[in-house]
Design a protein around this ligand. Structure first.
Ligand SMILES: NC(=O)c1ccc[n+]([C@@H]2O[C@H](COP(=O)([O-])OP(=O)(O)OC[C@H]3O[C@@H](n4cnc5c(N)ncnc54)[C@H](O)[C@@H]3O)[C@@H](O)[C@H]2O)c1
Ligand SMILES: [Mg+2]
Length: 346
């Protein structure tokens, strides 16, 4: 039986108008509710495709546009996309393969679309943009724009790799927004997935601990990170990862923030600060996981934070120490630690 509360909710959902028409809600609330509707209502989403904007990808590389060397994601209006597809001989129906990304400040739906089957350079020319590998794109985009670009890539990748039901082997079918896929044979609904990862900056009070994997670029050290095991809490995963990777026991931990991380598959990074007993700081590195880990001083960290790009490698010289750039949550942890140290030193 439908209770009063759910009936009211149902009425609300079905009377939602695009944000610009709904004056009673704050901009944010009306945008969220509009998106909520587009996610589940195929007809409304098909309608939004006609007036939305599109971020194109070529084999997962996003299209960026430069204005005076400032790069931005190159969102195209629906009508412009149609014109461009016509010019390069692309099928206009591929637009329906777009995945719903979000809703911009003007209340327009945003979509991501991989056009890997079309002529890359013809598209770049028509769109006056360039397809850039996502890792490189991170260095070219300003902070606030990076998340929508990674979200678009993550959703496209998820659809590309979830075309079949893992129980029956039958094809799965997406809804219009791409918010889920269903196997009609088993009835299983699949939703885009992220793996939870803890990332932790360990401090002994005056130094912080960073590690590097053998696959990292030369000289790069980062906060310790690890995937959560099934059934673990964030706190348990964090204690375990620190013990496994560097042989230390965490005494306290404090939540800092979180981030979606697209590499290599989508992870949900939960970032924390942790402390160890300053008398028990002897590191024993698990060489299967890390190539090296050691304690860094405040001065070393401050210097590394000044570098805004990966340093050049000079032949014969040892690689210069650097830390993840500002788009990585590891950088946020390091910045916070350095500010805290600065306060205690003043
Ligand atoms: N955004 C950032 O600032 C930042 C910084 C550091 C690391 N990271 C990311 O954190 C993630 C985890 O770090 P890590 O590599 O040290 O983890 P880790 O220490 O758990 O070691 C990785 C290993 O864990 C195993 N594993 C267990 N569950 C897994 C799963 N769901 N997916 C993949 N492998 C799984 C695999 O054997 C893999 O080789 C990496 O993807 C890395 O890119 C992000
Ligand atoms: Mg690790």
């Amino acid at each position: 039986m439908r209770g009063r509360c759910s009936w009211v909710t149902w009425k609300l959902l079905h009377s939602i108008k695009p944000p610009e028409l709904s004056r009673s809600c704050s901009g944010y609330v009306s945008r969220v509710r509009y998106l909520m509707r587009l996610k589940e209502d195929d007809e409304a989403c098909r309608e939004a495709l006609k007036s939305g904007s599109f971020l194109l990808y070529n084999n997962l590389a996003p299209l960026l546009k430069s204005n005076n060397n400032i790069y931005k994601p190159a969102f195209l209006k629906a009508s412009d996309l149609e014109t461009i597809l016509k010019k390069i001989g692309g099928d206009k129906h591929i637009v329906s393969e777009s995945v719903l990304l979000g809703c911009n400040e003007n209340g327009e739906a945003q979509f991501s679309l991989d056009v890997g089957d079309l002529d890359r350079s013809a598209l770049e020319q028509q769109c006056e943009g360039v397809f850039v590998d996502l890792r490189k794109a991170f260095f070219m985009l300003s902070g606030p724009e990076a998340p929508i670009v990674t979200k678009g890539q993550a959703l496209i990748r998820w659809h590309q790799t979830n075309g079949f039901c893992s129980a029956t082997g039958q094809p799965t079918v997406r809804n219009q927004s791409g918010s889920h896929r269903i196997c009609h044979s088993s009835g299983i609904t699949y939703y885009p997935k992220m793996s939870p990862v803890v990332i932790v900056l360990v401090s002994d009070g005056s130094r912080c601990l960073l590690g590097r994997q053998a696959t990292f670029p030369p000289g790069l050290y980062s906060a310790l990170a690890g995937f959560c095991d099934m059934g673990e809490s964030v706190e348990e995963a964090l204690r375990r990862e620190v013990a496994e990777e560097v042989g230390l026991e965490v005494e306290t931990l404090r939540f800092s923030g979180s981030q979606h991380w697209p590499f290599p598959q989508s992870s949900f990074m939960v970032a924390c600060h942790a402390t160890v007993n300053p008398n028990k700081t002897q590191v024993s590195v698990d060489k299967a996981e890390l190539e090296d880990a050691h304690w860094f001083t405040f001065e070393e960290m401050t210097e590394a934070l000044q570098l805004k790009k990966p340093p050049r490698i000079s032949k014969g010289e040892p690689p210069m120490f650097w830390v993840p750039p500002s788009f990585a949550i590891a950088n946020q942890l390091i910045q916070e630690w350095a500010s805290q140290q600065q306060l205690t030193r003043n």
